[in-house]
Design a protein around this ligand. Sequence first.
Ligand SMILES: Nc1ncnc2c1ncn2[C@@H]1O[C@H](COP(=O)(O)OP(=O)(O)O)[C@@H](O)[C@H]1O
Ligand SMILES: [Mg+2]
Length: 434
Amino acid sequence: MTKIQVDGEPYVDVLPAAVLRVVVAAMDSALDEQLREVWPAIVRSGKVETRPYKKEEQEIATDVDPHRVLVPLSRLGAAQGYSGAKVFVGYFADKKNRYLPSRPLVVKVGTWAELDEELHRARAWPPHAQGENSSFAWPWKLYPIPAAISEPHEAVLIANFTSIDSLDMVPTRYDLRIEDLWKQLTGSDSSADLARTLRSVYELIHGVHRHGKVVCERRTFVYGDLYDRYLRRLTKERRQIPVRLFGDQPTTQLYGRSWPNPLCTVDALLRLTCEGAIGPTHGDLHPKNVVLDKSGRPRIIDFGWATPSSHVVVDYVLMELNLRAVTLTPHVPATSTMALARMLSTDDPSPNADDECRWRSDLVRNGIWKSLKDADIIRDWEREYLVPMLIVAFGLLWFLDSAKSQHSLMLTVLCLTERLQKIVTKTPILEPAT
Ligand SMILES: Nc1ncnc2c1ncn2[C@@H]1O[C@H](COP(=O)(O)OP(=O)(O)O)[C@@H](O)[C@H]1O
Ligand SMILES: [Mg+2]
């Protein structure tokens, strides 16, 4: 196939010129290497008369006058992710409006080392056992390629855009929008059936967790080995943060009463072993990393924390904590927040009042716990689910400022700590875990 030449520089005032050049080169290489996938609208059909059929004989429309369009994420109504990478949606359009535009691509600009790690992690993931690969926005390629430039600082990762792309009035431009679980959890549209969406997320993810097996493999591990990353160094170099919140004594006084100190409990738990379900995990499955396509189907993005083998429960725990605290508005009464924090198993009552905590508790039950039950991966609820939830919640204290409901996060940590005291066998010491 002949190459398509795109003239002119796109104009984006939020990127330095040097970075913009990397973005442009990346888009052009993607177009060049995967023309049929990137811009199917300009590929003409092949000839039936000549056999055998040769893909190379397919031609590109000769009258295309292509140019690049780059739209910053902030224009699509989505917040930037947590990694600090800048995200754009880029596509090619025909200046003369004769051809439909190319497929929109997600262009993630960040440091080469971080994006290389993300690409590597995504590639180490298995294919979906039931062929659902299109529900995951796999990154394609990292630009520039390491051989081309030694240690470039800024690089670009390209993936398919998997949210809402409708062609607007002039059908050569997109009306792009990002819909995600975060917006549905924090927005005013209460009609969304979030429990159903969550269950579809886990139906998808469970195909990966099982790693092609009928039932998940089980293995014994030490909590500290698999969950260290989620602690954000709060039991080590950043220990002064939990010490400021909870003190350094075995008990802490908060919300008008005494609680066991979560720091001591987490220190002790990290050294314990657990037998649990092991498989490939996404590792960062939270509401901003689940985008919805135009028919409302969930698509999983962002493989920066994906691993080929870890405790699969982490993909439920992080989402649950986002439902309980990270996305909860701070304006709910303290009694409801406390009731939600106390609801830690199916035997516990849900919050009474008819408020946000109540529908969130239903969502936890019908979205997360129901999916866990369907997946049938837990034998010991406290050791396999609540301990990881405490460790991950404790690590989220690093982001306490950005949790919408700080009380809910604190209370979740305190209630989990109290519930798990029976597992911590000997009196914990206050030295950092080694
Ligand atoms: N494939 C995609 N389709 C639609 N939107 C996406 C896609 N990839 C990323 N985004 C948007 O960009 C944001 C940041 O991208 P992400 O890969 O999650 O970066 P970070 O590592 O910074 O969290 C996402 O939260 C989402 O709104
Ligand atoms: Mg993200």
